[in-house]
Ligand binder design. Sequence first.
Ligand code: GCU
Length: 440
Amino acid sequence: MIFVMSRFFNSNWGPSLFTIFVFASISPLCIAQQKGINYDEAKVPDYTLPRLFTKLDGEKVSEKWQWNRDRRTEILRLFEEHMYGRHPAKPERVEYFIHSLDENALAGEAVRKEVIIRLGEVGPRFDLHVLLYLPAGVNEKVPVFMGYNFGGNHTIHADPAIRLSQAWMRRGNDEAHINHRATEAARGLASSRWPVQTILDRGYGLVTLYYGDVEPDRADGWKDGIRAHLKKDRSGDRLEPEDWGAIAAWAWGLSRVMDYLETDGAVRADRVAVMGHSRLGKTSLWAGASDRRFAIVISNNSGCGGAALSRRAFGETIQRINTHFPHWFCRNFKNYDSNESELPIDQHMLIALMAPRPVYVASASEDLWADPMGEFLSAMHADPVYELFNKTGLGVEDQPGLNHPVGDFIGYHLRSGKHDVTDYDWEQYLNFADRHFNRI
Ligand code: GCU
């Protein structure tokens, strides 16, 4: 058994204690309002992580082939059964349309392409609208970063030629939305999270789409989303305990974009780094675990249900996430509300499912809700699987100080600041991709 509490006493507590202090002094009300939420390391329960190399039947795994053939498959199934739910295969009929193409976009710096992925069986209602920016004047296929955006493609850049999404948005009525639909005022609203020019300058393309194209992010959203339409028994208006949750549906959507990228002559489909923030970071991790075509997997502040260990119950807990976002995971996951120790998996195993591919976990110091220490520990406890593949994963045992990236095949940093995606985060992802795609 891996008894984890002991390692805390060797840990670098500096940044965590500091940030707990800062957070507490900035927003005591916020903490007071979150009843039952723990932000105190001393109150993290003792816990034992499920073993990576012991199969359910007790057999020990010590060879790569045993990991790949048996244990990895078993762990993947456990995540499906207890957490994210089972997803269907690729639809038989899929069509791709070019919605727009400008080889002289962004003042000649980029090729901008908008592609529609039409999932044949369900028709235009579930069209995925994919936006690609590729570096201009490059005659070879380029590696790309790919990820969902929260508010529609038109939010990632002020470029007026980007199609304005018609889809349902979580934001109801504000300066950029009317009745949950985006208006022109939403253009470029999320551009600080998408440094398009920097990505292009570094020789990468960017591929993005709105996660709500797959399914609206609300409790009953599945009825208007891909899950209802691919449901075998369409008569039932209830999902089964192991049916996929919204995160699995969004992850499945990323795989459909990957299917498209494999057909796009301008993109190196073997060099796709899938990146996501927060709930979309949980999504990119599950996409990377369930689809090995993603060459690099990046989780930005994904927290509970993403990179953070569930058993620590620090910040957001399973019970809290299942209450506020009952649609994200499969129904079985509710069995673990305030019952983390019974889970047959924990999130270090999710990170380990990427092995030997490179994976990056990023935390932010003021984002205690996402449990930065729990995110670090997941990355650290996945190391033995990388060792099995003769690779160094994280390679350190103490959470690094602020803004100090560490790791080899598992990257990690604790950025100073809030729950967000910043230029600093992107800089690390670009460096990580350069290193692993052998570009330097
Ligand atoms: C909420 C939720 C988190 C999630 C985040 C986000 O805070 O509790 O689990 O990661 O939203 O997606 O921004």
